[in-house]
Design a protein. Structure first.
Ligand code: FAD
Ligand code: NAG
Length: 426
């Protein structure tokens, strides 16, 4: 008896989706041979999937966003394929692409090597603030939130570094929580309890959206008592001591400093790729791949990348709906050819959707955004996302895999030798 494993590193948005796709559309189509069984193995540090999208609201209050809406157990989501699925709670620490094995350190600290027939890298990114990254388990992130809530209640000065969607959403939720909603026509709260400031490095917020939408976001932030400073960077943020309630001195590039009760660093993301060989990474430490096929060509045969750690994407969960079927179809093609000794079939290609598209709730009743290149009114942003941060609309299909029930239509593309297509968008 031997086992051929489709090994998936990371069990979040991209990793779980890849696993469902593999169980539904790949394993059933692999050649049936005596003595060979196939399986899908997912490695992830936490037993629970974390609905990161709702992070900006949960940091304001767990009454507004209870923890049990944020975390969902991973392994039971694959009960429909129990005999073909294995969950390993742990972290990949090394990939040996010559030997086609991955070293994994389990939560209990033991090392093991997992051989793979095909490998999917889906290890995503970490945020500079600990508020939006699940590094170990659910309990640890909940404890981080509990401690933050204790500080937030008494905060008079809050600074948020970075004016991307995460910074803007966090500012809206926190400011509304501390300062309340203004009256129906009011443009700002009467007696704001806290001064909340968003620091934008650029001359506008929300890089993906047009300037007029950024202006509208500023208006909605003002409405809940938050200000924006433009063309300014956070140079450093230094906590006075280790104490939880210690102030942070935020040094700005215009020479000013702010003494903040709370500082949230929302200035970017860091790919979780430091366990991989440097030669596999691009200049932003993302996994460099063929931008059409999503193969990691530097990594040898049958290695793919999906999700935000990949060089092919500008990021986000919506983009994964385009990318996962592509990477997984090509994985199936390659694996079938490998196992059967036949020449591989045609490739499936990924097309980046670069239309203006992003929804940004600002507090519990307003929001800005665009979909498919069209600006959306506040009430629609609220209706789609602001109500519950997409939990009602998307969690179930993500967890049970129904989102990927259909393979989707695709146009077969001729196979091009490795290296002949652009590998990344840099
Ligand atoms: C606050 C916030 C709000 C957001 N809101 C939206 C939104 O509204 N819409 C949207 O489209 N996008 C949103 N995003 C972006 C979205 O969260 C990302 O696109 C998404 O998390 C990427 O999914 P992923 O699976 O690629 O990576 P991640 O979600 O980062 O998951 C990576 C997984 O891999 C695990 N991992 C890390 N290292 C290893 C290792 N060595 N071995 C094994 N496992 C490992 C991690 O623990 C994690 O579980 C938001 C992001 C943040 C921070
Ligand atoms: C799947 O493969 C992995 C790695 O080879 C192995 O540890 C696990 O027991 C297998 N699981 C099943 C359900 O066969």
């Amino acid at each position: 008896m031997s086992t051929e494993t489709i090994l998936i590193l990371g069990g979040s948005f991209a990793g779980m989706s890849a696993a469902h796709y593999a169980l539904m559309h790949i394993i059933p189509q692999l050649p049936k041979k005596d003595g060979i069984t196939y399986n899908v193995t997912v490695v992830n540090p936490s037993k629970d999937f974390y609905w990161r999208i709702a992070g900006p609201r949960v940091i304001a209050s767990k009454e507004l966003m209870p923890y049990n809406k944020l975390f969902y157990p991973i392994e039971p989501a694959f009960a429909y394929a129990k005999d073909k699925f294995t969950f390993v709670q742990g972290k990949a620490t090394h990939v040996d692409s010559a030997g086609q094995t991955v070293s994994v350190e389990s939560v209990s600290g033991e090392q093991k090597n997992i051989p793979y027939a095909a490998l999917v890298i889906a290890t995503g990114f970490s945020t500079p603030t600990p508020l939006f990254t699940q590094t170990t388990d659910r309990a640890a992130l909940e404890a981080t939130y509990d401690a933050f809530h204790t500080q937030l209640k008494h905060a008079k000065t809050v600074v948020i570094g970075g004016a991307g969607p995460v910074g803007v959403e966090a500012a809206g939720e926190i400011s509304e929580f501390l300062n309340g909603k203004p009256g129906f026509m009011a443009s700002a709260p009467k007696n704001p309890k806290a001064k909340v400031t968003v620091i934008s490095a650029e001359k506008k917020m929300l890089p993906v959206l047009r300037e007029s939408i950024s202006k509208q976001a500023e208006k909605f932030l003002k409405r809940v008592g938050a200000d924006v400073v433009y063309n300014t960077k956070v140079v450093s943020a230094t906590k006075a001591s280790e104490a939880e309630d210690a102030k942070t001195t935020v040094q700005l590039s215009d020479g000013k400093t702010i003494e903040a009760d709370i500082y949230i660093d929302a200035t970017g993301t860091r790919p979780n790729t430091n366990f991989l060989p440097k030669e596999w990474l691009d200049n932003r430490n993302r996994v460099s791949c063929n931008a059409k096929t999503l193969r990691v060509e530097a990594a040898g045969p049958r290695v793919y990348v999906v999700g935000d750690c990949g060089s092919y994407t500008r990021g986000g969960v919506m983009d994964q709906y385009d990318a996962i079927p592509v990477a997984m179809t090509n994985l199936r093609t390659d694996l079938v050819a490998h196992l059967s000794g036949q020449t591989p079939g045609p490739d499936r290609h990924y097309e980046a959707n670069l239309k203006e598209q992003q929804l940004v709730p600002i507090g519990s009743s307003k929001g800005v955004g665009a979909a498919n290149g069209m600006a959306l009114p506040s009430v629609m942003v609220w209706g789609i996302k602001g109500r519950d941060y997409l939990i009602g609309m998307l969690v179930e299909g993500h967890m049970n895999g129904k989102t990927y029930e259909k393979e989707g239509k695709w146009k077969p593309q001729p196979v091009v030798a490795a290296g002949q297509l652009g590998t990344s968008r840099g």
